[in-house]
Design a protein around this ligand. Structure first.
Ligand code: SAH
Ligand code: SF4
Ligand code: F3S
Length: 483
């Protein structure tokens, strides 16, 4: 795209993404002005909180900043800083407020600095009120539904004084073909759907991300083909509940059908996806995974609780028995699969017996890893209005007990692979052990092997020599296969 050829004195086009290209071109003029005044290009920093979907959104923000002419940096003491926020638990919010205080310090020394906030937290009216009252040094605030307008908002912010706030309640739009700046050259996330319609009773996501919308298969496939042409070996298909992908498309498609299509893309080596909701995981999907040569042997399948009574109150729409039966079916068909999960402790009304059932479930399933969270009360969700909230101090002991069992089973699961040879995608140089690089196995486990940065992005067979708790020390057993 040649942004210099745009006529930025003309009116902005109405259609997307042409409109955003126009505003990128207009931002470039401001960047040139900056360069002429300061003899350097302005710097920009994108800081991400929260999940993989936010990380992918941040790559789009960074793509626009890069195209506008900014120099991207990880230093928040820069000319433009944007926080892409998360609000899934209260501690995510608190971290943002804390870091904003630091930004204010930088801005006092660099008054021309622009501070922007976007993402899930901005979709909460209470947050906006608080920001207006106590964080008036923030220049630009927008939400999740209008993130595709970032170039336009950035441009407006550069051309005006005072805070710009633009929050939409919902959207049914998906804008394709905006610039992206990928964090890794060899792997990439791909949104296959946005929003969530599940309304688990504790969860804020459906309120801040809006209704579920799937991208057209052809747009997804085209994006992956381009990424593969650009050197990507592994893709992660992203959605809050990928198992319900495609239900609302004009021509409905199942997630399993989409995976079959992705599998056919030549040159693509590995496929991952996140997250699967147990209630929608079909036999068709298990079959596709079983037959696939590219889909990784890893399934993230959030359990949340091992008590059917609590699962009902969480509106998860499966019982503990159904979950266990599902896991058994998956393991029967795909014996080498790793299953990981999310668990919440301290949901309103959870008794010690409920927690026992969760711990029992961890022992039965033998999760390869589990993320454990203390329940966080989110304003506006049904669970927040439940009467029997449990004080956090009371939850701590049970949480620690669960964590110990989770770590025990994860260690046992990891140890099973000692001596095996598996394929690893080398992702980075190991910062703590000189002369080593870090790779990821199909089952999502980490292995450190001797090597240097030339191996990054390569898929190699490695021998898993020594299990150190949750990860391995190994070595490459032959030279890299040509991709
Ligand atoms: N869509 C995914 C999860 C997205 S949020 C799914 O349904 O599995 C990631 C995890 O955060 C959830 O699985 C849940 O374990 C946790 N979580 C969500 N809301 C929470 C809350 N209010 N308190 C504590 N943990 C929460
Ligand atoms: Fe939240 Fe449930 Fe949707 Fe996951 S499926 S994002 S936990 S409402
Ligand atoms: Fe957080 Fe939003 Fe993801 S609330 S977990 S960043 S969808």
């Amino acid at each position: 795209m040649d942004f210099n050829s745009f006529d930025i004195s003309a009116e902005a086009p109405i259609e997307e993404p042409a409109r955003q290209y126009y505003f990128i071109a207009r931002c470039r003029r401001h960047v040139t002005d900056f360069f002429e005044k300061n003899h350097r290009y302005p710097t920009a920093c994108v800081t991400t909180f929260g999940c993989q979907m936010n990380a992918r959104d941040s790559e789009k923000l960074a793509g626009i900043l890069r195209q506008a002419g900014y120099v991207l940096t990880e230093d928040e003491n820069s000319d433009f800083v944007i926080f892409n926020t998360c609000t899934v638990r209260d501690n995510a919010d608190q971290r943002v407020y804390g870091r904003l205080g630091e930004l204010n310090g930088y801005k006092r020394r660099n008054p021309k600095m622009k501070i922007a906030l976007c993402g899930c937290m901005m979709q909460e009216p209470d947050v906006i009120e608080k920001l207006k009252k106590s964080y008036s040094f923030v220049d630009l605030i927008f939400g999740t539904h209008n993130i595709y307008k970032f170039a336009e908002l950035l441009c407006t912010s550069l051309e005006t004084q005072g805070t710009i706030i633009d929050i939409w309640k919902d959207t049914d739009r998906i804008v394709e073909d905006l610039p992206v700046e990928r964090k890794y050259p060899f792997k990439s996330g791909i949104n296959i759907m946005f929003g969530c319609d599940n309304f688990c009773s504790y969860c804020i996501v459906p309120y801040v991300r809006g209704r579920e919308r799937s991208r057209e298969p052809k747009d997804i496939l085209r994006e992956i083909e381009r990424l593969v042409d650009d050197g990507v070996a592994e893709v992660m298909l992203l959605g809050q509940n990928v198992n319900s992908y495609g239900k609302n498309l004009e021509v409905p498609v199942t997630f399993a059908q989409l995976l079959r299509e992705v599998e056919r893309i030549e040159g693509l080596r590995r496929i991952r996806f996140m997250t699967s909701h147990p209630k929608d995981l079909s036999d068709e999907l298990i079959q596709v995974m079983k037959e696939s040569k590219k889909i990784c042997r890893h399934l993230h399948l959030p359990l949340q609780s091992g008590s059917t009574r609590i699962l009902q109150r969480m509106n998860r729409r499966y019982t503990a028995e159904q979950y266990l039966e599902l896991v058994r079916r998956i393991r029967r068909e795909i014996p080498d699969i790793a299953i990981t999960t999310d668990i919440i402790v301290g949901f309103p009304g959870e008794t010690p017996e409920d927690l026992e059932q969760t711990i029992d479930m961890v022992r039965k399933v033998k999760f390869d890893n589990a993320f454990t969270f203390i329940y966080s009360r989110r304003t506006g969700t049904p669970a927040a209005a439940m009467e029997d909230q449990i004080p956090e101090a009371q939850v701590k002991e049970g949480f620690d007990r669960l964590l110990r069992v989770v770590q025990e089973t994860a260690r046992e699961q990891a140890a099973k692979h000692r001596g095996k040879i598996m394929e690893a995608l080398i992702e980075e140089v190991n910062e703590s052990t000189p002369g080593y690089v870090t790779g990821r196995l199909s089952n999502n486990m980490i292995v450190h092997i001797p090597g240097n940065e030339r191996l990054i992005g390569k898929l190699l067979p490695v021998s898993l020599d020594e299990c150190r708790g949750f990860y391995y020390i190994g070595h490459a057993v032959s030279g890299p296969k040509e991709n």
